[in-house]
Write a protein that binds this ligand. Structure first.
Ligand SMILES: Cc1cc2nc3c(=O)[nH]c(=O)nc-3n(C[C@H](O)[C@H](O)[C@H](O)COP(=O)(O)O)c2cc1C
Length: 347
């Protein structure tokens, strides 16, 4: 009897383990095409907008579509509030609020600026899929040849390979835009370190790290920046005061223990009044970076990287390469293209 009970428990354990590991780990891949009302979800054809003939469109370079079916197939939820004209999109961890005709969106309560406002066309809400997919941490690829968008959701790192297989099966007639592999032979010598107050630079940093299979380090302020701290319209806000004080060095709460392991460091930050936030000066001065190659990158509303990296460079003895500025919603393609252009510097 005892043996039987043990066997039943073992069987149950195997079932639960199998289910958790293999079923939940399965990646989902959605392929959409501009002007096509049919999408594929893991190879199965489905309507983009059930009951309607709505097709994804491009407005000012941004793909818009009714996202409910896509998001639900990727495990999220979409709710529409007709009174406020707001769309609330959630997954297990994140919440996005988009408002029709507004370029201001909320991601987990923080204001984000969209390149194109959501609109209503033929009574269907057309939303920016890239912003939503990237906010949820999905991988999104654009294939210019056949105007295809491939969104993949990886639940575990184990499934990266199979996701890639699924995606490439679905675009057989076209060339994959990731034409070159950028993975360094020794994947432990590149670090992507960044500070991000509203997650824009974080998104870019994550894409660089994922593309290069590099380690990622978020520079976390000891005292987090509140919305009021970031209010650049107020001369007495914390960010204004810090940026007007040449010797301000906001404290960092975390440390890179193994800095010696890295010989290439990508260093990311947002532009604040044309410069890097003062916490970046704290970071650069906290480590002996001599002999290392630093590649700066930033995100901004519109400003260029300007003198921001040159001014940080003055604080360290590292070898600094030219930096680059991205918009807050830079695409994977833009980032891949840049990484391809500097690949000889990061070997
Ligand atoms: C305090 C403050 C100052 C800013 N100054 C500039 C600026 O001078 N030029 C600009 O183009 N954007 C400016 N921005 C916008 C940010 O650079 C931009 O939103 C950036 O992508 C934010 O990155 P993050 O989300 O990683 O913090 C500023 C934002 C803040 C909060």
């Amino acid at each position: 009897m005892f043996k039987k009970v043990i066997s039943v428990f073992m069987l149950l354990f195997i079932c639960v383990f199998f289910n958790a590991f293999f079923v939940n780990a399965a990646p989902t891949s959605v392929v959409l095409q501009i002007d096509n009302s049919v999408m594929t979800v893991n190879g199965e054809e489905k309507a983009v907008d059930e009951g309607y003939d709505t097709k994804p469109i491009i407005v000012d370079g941004i793909t818009l579509l009714p996202v409910r079916a896509v998001i639900e197939n990727l495990g999220g939820n979409v709710n529409w509030n007709n009174d406020t004209k707001e769309v609330n999109i959630t997954d297990n961890e994140n919440e996005i609020v988009l408002t029709i005709n507004s370029t201001q969106a909320l991601l987990n309560g923080k204001v984000q600026t969209l390149d194109t406002a959501p609109v209503i066309i033929n009574s269907r809400t057309m939303l920016p899929i890239r912003f939503i997919a990237e906010s949820f941490g999905f991988n999104i690829e654009w294939n210019e040849n056949n105007k295809t968008i491939i969104i993949t959701k990886n639940d575990t790192s184990e499934n990266t390979e199979s996701t890639t297989e699924i995606a490439s099966e679905q675009i057989t007639e076209s060339e994959n835009i990731k034409d070159e592999t950028l993975e360094p032979e020794n994947d432990s010598n590149i670090l992507v370190a960044y500070f991000s107050a509203t997650n824009n630079t974080k998104g870019v940093a994550e894409k660089i790290a994922s593309e290069l299979n590099a380690d990622l380090f978020e520079i976390i302020p000891k005292e987090p920046y509140s919305d009021e701290d970031l209010n650049y319209g107020n001369n007495s806000s914390r960010s204004s005061i810090e940026m007007n004080n040449e010797s301000a060095r906001p404290e960092i709460s975390n440390v890179i223990e193994n800095i010696d392991d890295y010989n290439v460091i990508f260093l990311g930050y947002p532009i604040w009044w044309g410069q890097a936030p003062k916490i970046m000066s704290t970071f650069v001065e906290s480590y002996d970076l001599s002999g290392k190659t630093i590649i700066p990158f930033c995100t901004s509303g519109s400003s260029s990287i300007g003198s921001s990296a040159k001014n940080l460079e003055k604080l360290s003895t590292a070898n600094w390469l030219d930096g680059i500025r991205f918009s807050g919603s830079a695409s994977s393609n833009e980032i891949t293209e840049w990484l391809n252009s500097i690949k000889n510097d990061i070997k």
